[in-house]
Each structure stands twice: as C-alpha cells, then as structure tokens.
Unconditional design. Sequence first.
Length: 279
Amino acid sequence: MTSGESPSPGPRTIGLARKAEIDRLARIARLSMRIVGGILVLVFAWLQLKDLPFIPILENAQPAILLKLILTVYYSCWVFGLGFDINTQQMVYIDDPNKGRMTWNSIGAICLLALVLALLFWASGSEQYFAGILNIFVVTNVVLWLLLLKRVRIIIQASKDVFSGEREYFELERVSVVEAYIAGDWQWHRFIAMSIIVLAADAVCFIAVVRQRLSTLAHLFLPDLSNTVISSLLPDASFVVFIVVAEGWIWMMRAKTRASLHVIDLLKTKYTLTPVSGA
C-alpha cells in the first residue's frame, strides 16, 4: 500500500456490512408481512361480517359479555404494544448509564400497572365499577409515562452522546425519532382526549338524564333499535370509543416511528450525513 492510499476493508468490516444488509432485509420482510397480514385480516373479517344481521345481534347482546370482550381486546393491545415499544427502543439505544439495572421506580411502575389492570378485570362485571376504575387507569397511565421518561431520558441522552462523539449521524437521528415517539407532546394530547372520553363515559354510566337523552338522540340515527336497547349499550359504546381513540392514536404513532426508522435505514445505505453548521 503506497502512501496516501486508504486501507482496504478487512474481512470483519465486509462481514459486518453484509450482516447489516441481512438485518435490513429481515426488518423489511417482517414489516411487509405485518402490513400484508393486517390487510388480509381486515379484508377477511369484513367479508365474514358484512352480511351479518347486526340489528338482531345488538338487540340480543348482553352488555356484561360485551364489556369482557372489550377488555380482552384492550389487554391484547397493551401486551402487543408494550412488546413493540421495547423492541423499537432496543433497536436504537446504545448506552445505559445505569448498566441495564431495573430501578425501584421501574419495578413500582410495573406493579402499579399490574394492579390497575387486575382491577379493570375485576370490575368488568359492572359498567359503573368499570367506568370508575377506568378513571384511575387513565391517571395511572400518565404516572407510568412520567416514570418511564425519568428512566429513558437518561438512556436517550447517553446514546445521543455516543453517536455524536462517533459522528454516527444517522444513528443519532434514529434516536431522535424514538425520542419524539416516547417523549413527544402528542402524548399529552392523547391523554387529554382519553380523559374527555372517560368523563363522557362517567356521565353515561352515572347520570341517568344524560344516558336517556343520548339514547333518544341515537334512536334518531338507529330507528330499528329501541331506546331501551340503545341505553343498555351506551356504556359499552363509550368504552369502545375510548379504546379506538387511545389505541388507534398510539398505534398510528408506532407505525409512523417504524416507518421513519425504515426510511433512515434506507438512506444510510446510499448517502452520508453531515450536520448543518450550527445545528
């Protein structure tokens, strides 16, 4: 090798580059299968349900059973969502000043979450109990998020410091994307929306005149259903709205986060990144 020539990449460097290509291909394949699988599930469900006689089904529906089904769906969203969040953060963080140790705050947060979820399950036999516990659940959500931020912000900053020092700007941007998901202001907006819906559910479950007037209003749009049936289903309907808004919002942000990480990975294979002067 003459003076001024760059050293040729060694076998380890080539191997790491090829391994990165395999990892990227695997991520694309998993994402593609999830998207295609999700679309197929939705299409299959629509084909199976589109001809069902919904009015008779609603007339004979048992609110207590519906509430348990709603809670089952919500539990599933939580379980898969937490796994998604952990995997996403694992993909981008590189340093933890606490050396991967669980803090007492983290342990307490897990125990608190388990307790409130157990209370929701216990309250699933009563719409009023369930609505009351749902208020506690929303407050617990906010507390858990703040505890999570206290633990994760340390890891985020440490990872940023490492990538900045090594001039790994694509990796630095990946951390910023996840930070915007974990700590973004959208979380407060979501909590506010959840709180408003829970308060509306409280009104339906605990204030008879509100329930009666909403039933009368809904009957104008669903004349085939009696006021009595609509009134019995209103609490479950409010809980469904809560889940759709709360989980739909966060899953939309999860999809946006993963898509952003995917775009950064694609750009990394084709370009170099240099920070703007002063940024």
